[in-house]
Ligand binder design. Structure first.
Ligand code: NAP
Length: 251
């Protein structure tokens, strides 16, 4: 519906992105959710959102690839017929965990292509929809960073930690660049969260093992991250620009 806010979530089929789509749909946003491989999971989230009374559709795209990013945003434009108002830059991966000197260079390149270049290019495409300079109505962008940016992830994936440090710089710079155009840019910094990302890194027990290093003495949930994302997307955060909310259980 034309008067509802329209939110695109990259990596919306599972984990933090899926939890964000659920909360955003419940709050009355129309949802465009992106995935790369798991069409069934993505379609199920879109169906859940539609059952809450909003419009929702899943879009396949590998956001580490320029052509896929262009196609994704064009498909969202065509499907909804109005400019995006909210963007959650969430898709990310760590690659197989190891020390740096044991890592395959391809793992490092793939991680940077997705977590850094893909994130920056998807933010660029979102700005081209949201900025009044391009016919947009303004809006809000939330970038998903990681506590790894300040912990460094030694012996696990320092390249991933570095990629998330880049997200913190992107958030600050883009927030200041766009503040005068009615677009707020902020980040959420998750700590250790219970999602598939740990199994995908090759260590399914990683999150549970880390519990003793977390002051809250437990791993966080995807929904707890989605809660912070929703606050930053919303008008309740109207004066929050270049902010970064740590949701880390004190870690
Ligand atoms: P996840 O459970 O592994 O889910 C990853 C999501 O990203 C899936 O929807 C996946 O789609 C999608 N995706 C992966 N590669 C993609 C690509 N090339 N193009 C488009 N979509 C792609 O991950 P998560 O834990 O929810 O992580 C979400 C974000 O939070 C990431 O940026 C991550 O770095 C960050 N984060 C997570 C944690 C944590 O402990 N979980 C901590 C700090 C930060 P498919 O379903 O199609 O595979």
């Amino acid at each position: 519906m034309a008067d509802r806010p329209l939110c695109l979530v990259t990596g919306g089929s599972r984990g933090i992105g899926a939890a964000t789509c659920r909360r955003a749909a419940a709050a009355g946003y129309d949802i465009a959710l992106n995935y790369v491989r798991d069409a069934a999971a993505a379609d199920a989230i879109a169906a859940e959102a539609r059952a809450m009374g909003v419009e929702a559709e899943a879009f396949q795209a590998d956001v580490s690839k320029d052509a896929d990013i262009d196609a994704l945003f064009a498909a969202v434009d065509a499907r909804f017929g109005r400019p995006l108002t909210h963007f959650v830059c969430n898709a990310g991966a760590t690659g197989k965990l190891s020390r740096l000197d044991e890592a395959d260079p391809k793992t490092i390149r793939d991680t940077i292509d997705l977590n850094v270049t893909g994130a920056i290019l998807t933010c660029q495409a979102a700005v081209k929809r949201m900025s009044p300079k391009h016919g947009g109505k303004g809006g809000s962008i939330v970038i998903v960073s990681s506590a790894a940016a300040r912990l460094g992830s030694p012996n696990e994936f320092v390249w991933y930690a570095a990629s998330k440090g880049a997200m913190d710089s992107l958030t600050l710079g883009l927030a200041r660049e766009l503040a005068g155009e009615g677009i707020r840019v902020n980040a959420v910094t998750p700590g250790m969260i219970d999602t598939d990302i740990h199994a995908s890194s090759g260590d399914p027990g990683r999150a549970a093992r880390a519990e003793k290093t977390i002051p809250a003495a437990r791993v966080g949930t995807a929904d707890e991250i989605a809660s912070a994302i929703m606050y930053l997307l919303s008008d309740d955060a109207a004066y929050v620009m270049g902010g970064n909310i740590a949701v880390t259980g004190g870690r």
